[in-house]
Design a protein around this ligand. Structure first.
Ligand SMILES: *[C@@H]1O[C@H](CO)[C@@H](O)[C@H](O)[C@H]1NC(C)=O
Ligand SMILES: *[C@@H]1O[C@H](CO)[C@@H](O)[C@H](O)[C@H]1NC(C)=O
Length: 182
């Protein structure tokens, strides 16, 4: 009897939370998803909005799960293109620093990809994976600086990768239901 009571109580809390969660989702849908996603992006706020509005799949998403998925796909595409650009640079001109950047970008692509894999089952892990990507362009910039390489194209790619890390983790954080009370 007691355990039945517990089950009923926990269901009550689940339902109560489900309502709050849906309300939270509805509030988001009433506004503009991209505006909400970029709101918490700090210094990246303005460019978050610009880069996301350039992608039709991101623009057309109508819930936080779909927009998170679209942003991660955009991030994987852009980070892969950045890696390919740096591979081209090293083709005829061996540079240990740029080679290190390529390795950093492989990690970044893997983390975005892993985040996409976790999005449904473990959104907290997905947030973490998307968030820590920001380390990789930073490591790349340090490598370049130590090797005294000045390359504005790579600087721009490092900025873009950091930006996508912030946009993706902000979006995914909206898919996490609020904590349940025991
Ligand atoms: C936004 O991105 C552009 C390059 O695309 C950069 O020049 C500018 O400084 C960025 N804005 C902020 C606030 O960082
Ligand atoms: C992402 O991971 C999947 C396996 O989960 C793999 O098949 C795919 O090639 C990966 N994509 C990229 C861009 O690394």
């Amino acid at each position: 009897m007691l355990s039945l009571c517990m089950i009923l109580i926990s269901h009550f809390y689940l339902l109560a939370n489900a309502r709050v969660y849906n309300h939270h989702t509805l509030v988001g849908e009433d506004g503009d998803l991209i505006t909400n996603v970029c709101r918490g992006a700090g210094d990246f706020k303005a460019n978050c909005s610009i880069i996301l509005r350039e992608d039709p799949k991101v623009v057309n998403a109508n819930n936080y799960f779909d927009i998170s998925k679209a942003i991660l796909e955009l991030a994987i595409r852009k980070t892969s293109a950045a890696r390919n650009f740096m591979k081209e640079l090293t083709k005829n001109n061996d540079s240990p620093a740029i080679t290190a950047c390529i390795a950093d970008y492989e990690f970044a692509i893997d983390f975005f990809n892993h985040s996409l894999d976790e999005l449904k089952e473990s959104p907290a892990t997905a947030v973490y994976d998307a968030k820590i990507v920001i380390n990789n362009p930073y490591f790349c910039s340090v490598q370049l600086e130590n090797a005294h390489i000045v390359n504005p194209s790579i600087d721009a790619l490092n900025y873009q990768t950091s930006l996508l890390s912030v946009c993706a983790s902000q979006a995914i954080s909206y898919t996490i239901p609020p904590p349940r009370h025991p």
